[in-house]
Design a binder for this molecule. Structure first.
Ligand SMILES: [Zn+2]
Length: 459
């Protein structure tokens, strides 16, 4: 009943959107790729460019900040820039404000040395004498995106709400939004979380590959908090209050369960795939997806080969491990920059060629499985473009996105359902999170409490 009402609403909203918008005129339809039905390809291409296409996780921000990359120019490498986004009909992107773990330092030392009662002294950096640079790194990432938008005001607009996003796309601009990847960016401080929200951050992935002050990641073998700790519950509550989407990609299964138990708004999984098809801890189990759907949330499927295809993951990591050992031996033996070293490395390239990526159909299989298990209203796209070493063959960069629309139509989805996956589902969740923040307006901000922040939750 609820779902039907929701669908009617969505349908009406979409119709209005279609009538009211004149997005940048679509490029002419290129010839159908080999093996594609020409008529269906044309229909897919038109639909793709008429639909609002949203991606919740793209890492071009790192390239911008670390190499001075200009998104305004079409690059020969990488996955995304403004010309390729326009060509691929990629309308709106949550650019990742990614804070690499090296800015956080050694986790064990960080937690071992934390004094229990002096709030000002906590949390302290891992390396003696080294500062925790996480928040600063996040600020620099934001600055990189702000600089990019200011450099290309005619083509790109920074957006912080569903309304702004839709207006930007209507005006023919690429809508750029921000999501923090790695909750260590707030350095355990609810005040910093508020400041990032004020700068425009609209989701936060609670962890990256390490545990932090308030939540466990899926990567380390041993848990630290067994999910969220008390501060983690406050972080989730404050994100609900601020209208910042809670993102459960990268967190441990226990953290996932705690988040769903405590959030009062739908949550997202911004860039994960399906564990039933590829048993990686970064992926969601069917049961987790059902819980996410019951919460009203949405999973955005990750394009990373290693999360899509188990055979690829096994083979490439085995090859990499062997290659690393042999490369180290060669580097120990020959002088840097020498001809001998160059020859040895070329030889290794020959002996350990990169593993062939799985086909686009493998990605489509994850999308269809997520629809089957979670329902059509709870699936979207979170490519991880420019953040992963391998994407499926046929999805080499953002220009290939219309192929995904073709595959979804070919799999039997109707146009309305394809639009949901391409972006409308995520916008529905984003709107629900905005509504929840509106309901919570006037409630007092959450405060850090040094006496309780680091306590585990009662189990
Ligand atoms: Zn990630």
């Amino acid at each position: 009943m609820h779902a039907a009402a929701c669908c009617r609403l969505l349908g009406a909203g979409m119709l209005l959107h279609t009538l009211a918008t004149a997005q940048a005129s679509p490029p002419p339809c290129p010839e159908a790729p080999a093996g594609y039905d020409a008529t269906l390809w044309q229909r897919a291409f038109r639909l793709h460019h008429a639909a609002l296409v949203v991606d919740t996780h793209i890492d071009t921000t790192t390239r911008v900040l670390d190499t001075g990359f200009d998104m305004g120019q079409r690059a020969a490498d990488g996955h995304v820039d403004l010309p390729r986004a326009a060509q691929g009909g990629l309308d709106a992107v949550f650019y990742s404000i990614y804070v690499d773990t090296r800015f956080y330092g050694d986790e064990a030392a960080l937690f071992a040395a934390a004094p229990p009662s002096i709030q000002d002294d906590w949390p302290r950096p891992a390396e003696p004498g080294a500062a925790n640079g996480s928040a600063r790194r996040a600020l620099m990432m934001i600055d990189g995106l702000v600089r990019t938008a200011e450099r290309h005001p005619d083509r790109m607009a920074l957006c912080t709400s569903v309304a702004e996003l839709r207006a930007a796309v209507r005006g023919g601009k690429h809508a750029a939004l921000m999501g923090i990847e790695g909750g260590h960016a707030i350095e355990g401080d609810l005040g910093l979380l508020r400041m990032f929200q004020r700068l425009g951050v609209r989701y936060m992935t609670l962890t990256h590959t390490q545990h932090n002050e308030f939540a466990d990641s899926c990567a380390p073998a041993e848990p630290r908090w067994r999910g969220l700790n008390r501060l983690g519950v406050e972080v989730v509550a404050e994100m609900n209050r601020l209208g910042v989407m809670v993102d459960v990609s990268h967190v441990s299964d226990a953290t996932f369960a705690d988040v769903l138990a405590h959030t009062t708004a739908p949550v997202i999984c911004s860039h994960s795939s399906m564990r039933a098809l590829c048993p990686h801890p970064r992926n969601l189990t069917d049961d987790m997806l059902r819980q996410l759907a019951a919460n009203g949330g949405c999973v955005m499927i990750n394009y990373n080969c290693g999360f899509l295809d188990e055979a690829y993951a096994t083979e490439s990591s085995a090859r990499q491990a062997t290659r690393r050992i042999q490369e180290k031996a060669a580097r120990d033996k020959f002088a840097a920059g020498s001809d001998e070293l160059r020859t040895a490395l070329a030889h290794l390239d020959e002996r350990f060629p990169t593993v062939a990526p799985p086909p686009l159909q493998r990605l489509v299989a994850h999308v269809l499985h997520a629809i089957e298990v979670g329902g059509i209203d709870h699936v979207g796209l979170g490519s991880d473009f420019d953040g992963v070493p391998c994407v499926p063959a046929g999805m080499e960069d953002a220009t290939q996105l219309p192929r995904l629309t073709y595959e979804l139509l070919a799999a039997g989805l109707d146009e309305r359902d394809v639009r949901k996956v391409l972006g409308e589902n995520l916008l529905r969740v984003f709107e629900a999170v905005e509504r929840r923040a509106y309901e919570l307006r006037g409630t007092p901000p959450r405060q850090n409490d040094a006496r309780t922040d680091r306590q585990p939750l009662p189990r």
